[in-house]
Design a protein around this ligand. Structure first.
Ligand code: PLP
Length: 445
């Protein structure tokens, strides 16, 4: 008799595998579950409309957005060579890639959530000060508007891409922008921010301490908005706003999503806000026919741990465990994904419909980074490669096969669309990328 994914024996197997840092798939959607009630479609629609209202202003502030009319978006492209390189048979569907590694302004998926949160804050202040009386958002680039924004500060704690996105967007509007970083954050990221007039505060100790220090400073100042990666609804809605545009891209490519044409989406996961937001948007667009799987490093499976928390097989770990509680060290080269504890907001949002979570070894990230460069000529960062392990994690494991069976998908796999979401890479310096690539090629030999 097959084990139910909710059974203690099944959970014990998953947790043993996680503890020993082996690549693991946990598949969700047990029968009792249902769709998300936490956030409704109107809230996502408001984020979509906010991006639309700001598009004329963004086109003015960022010359690279002019061709797209101020829209911050990425391509959806087929990657048949990569599909061959991964030895993914066509009877299992076709492989596509959502190219957020090339997103303008921030160079990563953080351009969605981070920009949205800064725009929402800017809109609130602009309305308070009567700057939008005629509804012309381009006026927010005027000296008068910038003088108002200059009295306010936007702060964030981040070792990397979130800091880049918030810092660049906030300073472009004229806000004072402060990014709290841990001392070990990459130099090029600090330099890039400082070149844009962003204040970079370096903290001894790790990421969690940088965030806590930044939040404490911001809390004392009513003219300061602190972007809270672990709890922010605005970030999550900014990510969710990707879904309607992706739905239009799928339609333009005549890719049907329904009961007999399943959509699988593989998303790199840190705290879970980015993949959680996207998954929410896709659930609202396609209901149960969108199957989202989150990808985490084997040493940082915080989202999977959060999904398993409360499991009978995890006694004594409490309600909101971290990867340290499982004896893992949270050390990975995928710096965007090195997070010990998940966002509870993201977890609550996706718990009812998430397809699953899988873990990937760092070496696999580098191999896939190099395979993508060799097959399709695309440059991504290690974190952004995490999704490429998804199709095989699903197709080659007992847990994955069980999921396909429970969801009645086995007969429809030839019609499946698999989208790997490549989440960052545009601004990685050439020398650094060359090192990533060399490491991946070495592993492929
Ligand atoms: C931040 C980030 C993610 C994950 O986003 P979370 O909201 O932390 O889950 C994935 N990939 C890259 C490149 C990132 O920078």
């Amino acid at each position: 008799m097959p084990l139910s994914p909710a059974s203690t024996e099944w959970q014990t197997r998953v947790i043993d595998s996680l503890r020993s840092a082996r690549p693991t798939l946990w598949a969700g959607r047990s029968d009792a579950e249902h769709s998300s009630q936490v956030i409704d479609a109107a809230q996502v629609q408001q984020a979509v409309e906010r991006f639309e209202r700001f598009a004329p202003l963004l086109a003015r502030l960022f010359p690279e957005l002019q061709v797209a009319g101020g829209r911050i978006e990425s391509a959806l492209q087929p990657v048949p060579q990569m599909q061959r390189s991964l030895q993914l048979p066509e009877q299992m569907g076709r492989l596509w890639l959502k190219a957020d590694h090339s997103l303008p302004v921030a160079g990563s998926i953080k351009a969605r959530g981070g920009v949205h949160e800064v725009l929402e804050y800017a809109e609130r202040i602009a309305l308070q000060h009567g700057l939008l009386a005629d509804g012309d958002y381009r006026k927010l680039a005027s000296d008068a508007a910038r003088a108002v924004f200059a009295r306010y500060q936007v702060a964030v704690g981040s070792t990397g891409n979130l800091g880049l996105s918030i810092g660049v967007m906030a300073s472009a509007l004229g806000f004072k922008a402060v990014v709290h970083m841990s001392a070990d954050a990459k130099d090029w990221k600090k330099q890039r921010l400082r070149a844009r007039g962003v204040q970079v505060v370096e903290h001894a100790g790790d990421y969690a301490q940088a965030v806590a220090a930044g939040r404490a400073l911001a809390d004392q100042d009513p003219h300061c908005h602190f972007v809270d990666d672990e709890h922010s609804l605005s970030l999550l809605l900014g990510y969710a706003a990707a879904a309607p545009y992706l739905a239009a891209q799928l339609a333009r490519n005549r890719l049907v999503v329904d009961e007999s044409h399943p959509l699988f989406v593989y998303l790199p996961c840190g705290v879970g806000g980015a993949p959680g937001g996207v998954a929410l948007g896709l659930q609202q667009a396609f209901g149960p026919h969108a199957h989202c799987f989150f990808a985490e490093p084997v040493q940082s499976p915080c989202f999977m741990v959060e999904m398993l928390s409360g499991a009978a097989a995890l006694p004594g770990l409490g309600a909101h465990p971290s990867v340290y509680d499982l004896g893992l060290d949270n050390r990975t080269e995928a710096d965007g994904l090195a997070v010990p504890q998940a966002s509870q907001l993201a977890a609550d949002v996706v718990r009812g419909f998430l397809g699953g979570v899988f873990t990937v070894e760092d070496e696999t990230l580098f191999r896939h980074l190099a395979l993508l460069q060799g097959s399709e000529g695309l440059q991504i960062e290690p974190s952004a490669a995490a999704g490429f392990g998804g199709p095989h994690a699903l197709l080659d494991s007992a847990a994955g096969q069980d999921y396909l069976k429970r969801q009645k998908l086995q007969a429809h796999m030839a019609n499946a669309t698999h989208i790997v979401w490549t989440t960052g890479g545009l601004f990685v310096p050439d020398e650094e990328y060359a090192r990533f690539l060399a490491r991946g090629r070495d592993l492929l030999r």
